[in-house]
Design a protein around this ligand. Sequence first.
Ligand code: ADP
Length: 477
Amino acid sequence: MKKILFVTSEAHPLIKTGGLADVSGSLPKALAELGQDVRLILPNYQAIKTSGDLRFLCSLRVDNRDVSLLETQMPDSQVKVWLVDYPEFYNRPGNPYLDELGEPWLDNADRFALFCRIAVEVAMDRAGVDWQPDIVHCNDWQSGLVPAFLSLEPRRPASVFTIHNLAYQGLFPAESTQSLNLPGQLWHPEGLEFYNMLSFIKGGLVYADCITTVSPTYAQEIQTATFGYGLEGLLRHKKDILTGILNGIDLEVWNPESDPFIPQHYHVASLAEKQYNKSELQRRFVLPVNDHIPLFGLIGRLVEQKGIDLIIDCLPDMLSMPMQLVLLGSGDKAFEQRLQNLAHVYPDQMAVTLGYDESLAHLIEAGSDVFLMPSRFEPCGLNQMYSQRYGTLPIVRKTGGLADTVTDTLPETIADQTATGFVFNDASASSLLEAVKRAMLLYSDKKIWASIQTNAMTIDFSWRHSAEQYLMLYRSL
Ligand code: ADP
């Protein structure tokens, strides 16, 4: 049995801003089910939703700050959660990284450096909880300083650093190294320095014993200039300790047979029932209720990464065909505005809900026929997997985890029953439009459509499979 400290800045259902929370909510549970002793550590944000007991565990002093550790549990599991309680840094409105106006907190470097220092104290069994992990598994830049600090400790546990999205690196002015009291030996271009900035993510990439990312294709892509953001050289240098392990999905939360957020449950043998969810979705978005018109859905952050501009560019062409489109998301204000304007131009075909709405996300997955995910890059992506499980065929760009989880519909993949969606190559509106046209054409052949839905719905996207790969990795360290 391995003892694993899982260091993360968000974990569903305690606190979530994106896919990292889904992973941190599921992977530790799946590892626990494989018999491992896993504990999570994360900051005690104001917005955190704990259920059950929250008990004081210990207090510790680092960097002249008195910090408490509180203990709770992941809902519906035995996995312990340790919350780093330092109200001055974490007890505020807004989300873990941004204030209420959507701007990064000005003291993010201090907030996450303190979080990392506490994680190191726990990892070295200096917090007084009498537990030392074998493995410290860190995630994204917010935990990047942990492997860096650990590298200075004799008899340290092994460290793993997982990149969930290389676009977010935790870059701060060089002066922060002084205010953060960082050990001088970490500050050099082969260390935490990145073009005279302090880079939190480099702490993970340079000092961890092993680096993972969330899909095999993304592991290759980040070693190139297009996806590497200047870190491609370092990642190529580390290629022998860099692997890609696909995320799983929570099969209980995302299950069309028992989903509490959808009006009609269905499964692979009762696909006709799916149409009741489609009608409800059309009603919710105030679109004409019609089972024969293909309904396209999109959920996600409305940012360039997700290829929202490609959709906007080909929308007039798309909507010249008999189809409907519903979108749920928030993000870039310019994209939000343009999408809303377009919805006014095409009120019978397109509707937009701005904001974050978990239950509506489930209804969109269940009620749509096709799911759009034309991302420019996508480390793993979750929605394309949810879609397949709900028999909603995804249109994806061939990048990252999208390339690894969706099989394009071609004569040969229809024949060997591996087709699960539509894949296009170029990050261009015309390439996306072509994939949309292919989907439209196939939609008119109900029999083939149903066979692709069946392929998609029967794929095993369970966390168990991913957790077994992580466990193999831990054992190799
Ligand atoms: P990323 O982490 O890049 O945002 P992922 O596809 O990996 O993208 O994960 C996004 C997660 O957040 C999914 O679970 C998705 O359903 C959810 N999500 C994103 N935007 C919204 C929204 N506006 N409302 C509800 N859920 C959302």
